[in-house]
Every structure is written in C-alpha cells, then in structure tokens.
Design a protein around this ligand. Structure first.
Ligand SMILES: [Zn+2]
Length: 336
C-alpha cells in the first residue's frame, strides 16, 4: 500500500474517532457550559453552581464540585446534579489532564451532588467513595434523609430533559466510617465524616499539602442552606463547623455558594444562620408558641434577600423547631 493511501486511511480513521467522540456525549447537552475555575497556585479545579434550587432555568447546576489533578490520577469531589453535568465535569478533567479519574469522593447523598456520578461510572473506572450512611439513601428510603425514588421522580419533572428515565442513583463502591486517607501522586486526601448535620452522610475532603478543603454542605456561603430533612441535626452541625474551623484551610470550596480564601467567613456565615434560626425557634419552643406564629413573628430581614430564602427558609425553621421540641422532650425525660 502506498504512503498516500495509508495517510488517507489514517485520516478517515481519525475523522471517525473524532465523530465518535462527538457522538459520545451520551446525555442531553447543556445549553450553559460548565465554567471551571482553578484554585490559585494549586492543581485543583472547581465549578460554581447557581445560587437557587435545581430547576430548568439553571439546568440543575446548583452545587459546587471539583477535582484535584496529580501525576498518578485525578480525585473528583462531588459530581453535580444531572448526568449531563457529570459528563461536562468529566470533559473538563480531560481537558486538563490525560491522567485517569481514580476516585469520586462524595460529600453526601443528595440529588444535587450525585446524579452526575452516572457519567463517571459509565465512562471511567473511577471508584466511588462515601461515608457509610450514604447507603441509607437507597437501602432505607423511609428513614433516609430524602426519599431517593420520590426525589428522582420530582427531578425527572423539574429537570427534564437532563434527568430522564435513564438517570439512576450510583451507590458508593467503598464506604468509610469516621475517617479515611488516600495518598495519590504526592498528595494526601483526608476524608472526614462531619455528620449527621446537613444529612446523615456529610463528609469533607482536605487536600494536603495545598490546604484546600472541599467542605460539602457543612459549609454554605452567602446562600440559605437546605435543612428541611428528617436527619438534619443542627446541634451536631454547629459542632462540625467548630471542627472545620480548627482545620484552618487556606481555601474552602463549600457545597453551595462562593469558594473563598477566607474560610473563617464562610464558616461564620453558616454558623450565624443556624444560630439565628435556633435562637428564634428555641424561644418559641420555650414559650409553647406554635410554629406559624413564631415564624411570622421572627425578623428575617437579615436573610430575606439571599438566594434560596423563599424555597428553603420556612422549612428550615420548621425542622429546627421540631429538633428543639424533641431535644426538650429528651432532656425532660432524663430529668425524671
Ligand atoms: Zn446540596
């Protein structure tokens, strides 16, 4: 065969490969591309979700995720809220490095952080790691932090076409209890259980020597957090925030809201909000006030104009009201 013929065949084959790569986007395309940012001075990247709740206008892109590149492979933290978003995150990894994705560490099993795992499961051999209570998400829907199937049905409506009948929950391959360490390509990844707080399985990932903390939903910045789930534990959440502060990260990437070099401020925002709602509701519980009355009489002006106030705040207050009522009942029981 002549050289010219060979090069034509090579050209055709390359063309086919390119076409296949184009077709390989196996999920409905996004109309708003993911924006990837880099932590200054570190091979660590993150995406920034929209401030509201998942809906068609933001295509479900409401949480933050990120990845750490090492010569031996990539560690991804969280996977965003649709398979399409997960696919775009994977494509972003591939633009930066040819190293394989080795691990997907998950902050907690809530839809806005995990539906993107499907893209990694289907197109890489990455290992999914989460805290052991993450398995409750599917195995024990009655007591889990949100009912997995019910949520999937809701998202198929709210996030069509990006969440569809092919969307599935990818369970963890490996779980840990309180702490785990990954060593990869000269970096140390400390996985730390920080729950139950926002959910049963809340975990964080500290990347050393960079001092970058992926905080999951334990820390949310300039946005009203979601707290209206059965296993939210704000007393323990406050305890976890104190622990996060001790880690003294140089850069913090919260589960929602703005990443920052001023970790203390982001931590303080979350703590102040929890304390504010707890203070308002504990007064109501102490006075045997009913919830509607207490909520209407609380001054919410400090938070009213923040993203996600309308969908989240009332439910948060109610959940905390119940938590405080329960703890009052528990303590009166131990007094008897
Ligand atoms: Zn979240």
């Amino acid at each position: 065969m002549k050289a010219a013929q060979i090069s034509i065949i090579v050209l055709i084959l390359t063309g086919c490969a390119a076409a296949m790569a184009q077709q390989a986007a196996p999920y409905p395309p996004l109309t708003r591309p993911l924006v990837i940012k880099r932590v200054p001075g570190a091979p660590i990247y993150y995406t920034l979700g929209a401030p509201g709740i998942p809906e068609k206008s933001n295509e479900g892109n409401t949480s933050n995720a990120g990845f750490v590149v090492t010569p031996e492979g990539v560690v991804v933290f969280d996977a965003l809220g649709t398979p399409s978003l997960g696919w775009n995150l994977l494509e972003a990894v591939r633009k930066v490095t040819t190293a394989p994705v080795r691990y997907n560490v998950v902050s907690h099993y809530h839809a806005d952080h995990i539906y993107g795992l499907q893209a990694f499961k289907d197109h890489t051999s990455s290992i999914v790691i989460a805290q052991e209570r993450a398995t409750e998400y599917r195995e024990d829907e009655e007591t889990s932090d949100e009912r997995a199937n019910q949520r999937l049905d809701q998202r198929r409506q709210a996030l069509a076409p990006w969440v569809d009948e092919n969307t599935r929950v990818v369970p963890p391959d490996i779980t840990f209890k309180t702490q785990a360490t990954l060593n990869l390509g000269g970096k140390r990844f400390a996985l730390l259980y920080a729950g139950p707080a926002h959910s049963a399985s809340d975990s964080m990932m500290m990347v050393e020597p960079d001092g970058v903390l992926f905080a999951g939903d334990i820390v949310q910045n300039d946005r009203i957090p979601f707290m209206n789930a059965q296993d939210v534990d704000t007393a323990n959440w406050l305890h976890s925030l104190a622990e996060v502060e001790k880690l003294d990260p140089k850069f913090i990437i919260p589960g929602h809201g703005v990443p920052s070099t001023r970790a203390k401020e982001a931590i303080a925002f979350t703590r102040d909000y929890i304390n504010y709602v707890r203070a308002a509701m504990s007064q109501a519980v102490a006075d045997w006030d009913d919830f509607d009355h207490a909520y209407a009489n609380t001054d919410w002006s400090k938070y009213r104009d923040m993203p996600a106030f309308d969908p989240n705040n009332r439910g948060n207050a109610y959940r905390i009201f119940l938590e405080l009522e329960r703890s009052q009942f528990d303590s009166s029981k131990t007094l008897q």
